[in-house]
Design a protein around this ligand. Structure first.
Ligand SMILES: [Zn+2]
Length: 69
């Protein structure tokens, strides 16, 4: 195994391209998926967040009251 696959040099700095599993230890890296990182050993998964306020996209207006009849 070539462990250098988990790192890359960018701007003279060492960038870790893979995350390690907090459960299995730093020697176990998480597989990079399009929307998450997952550990092949224990199944630990970290979901990626693209936006911090993605769920609060709906405009906040006055709370909708249910019109009962
Ligand atoms: Zn793990």
């Amino acid at each position: 195994m070539n462990s250098s696959n988990y790192y890359k040099i960018e701007g003279g700095k060492l960038i870790r391209t893979h995350r390690s599993c907090p459960k299995c230890g730093p020697s176990y890296f998480l597989a990079n998926h399009y929307d998450r990182w997952s550990c092949g050993k224990c199944g630990y998964a970290v979901f990626k967040r693209k936006g911090s306020s993605k769920t609060t996209k709906a405009p906040r207006r006055s709370p909708r009251k249910r019109s009962k009849a």
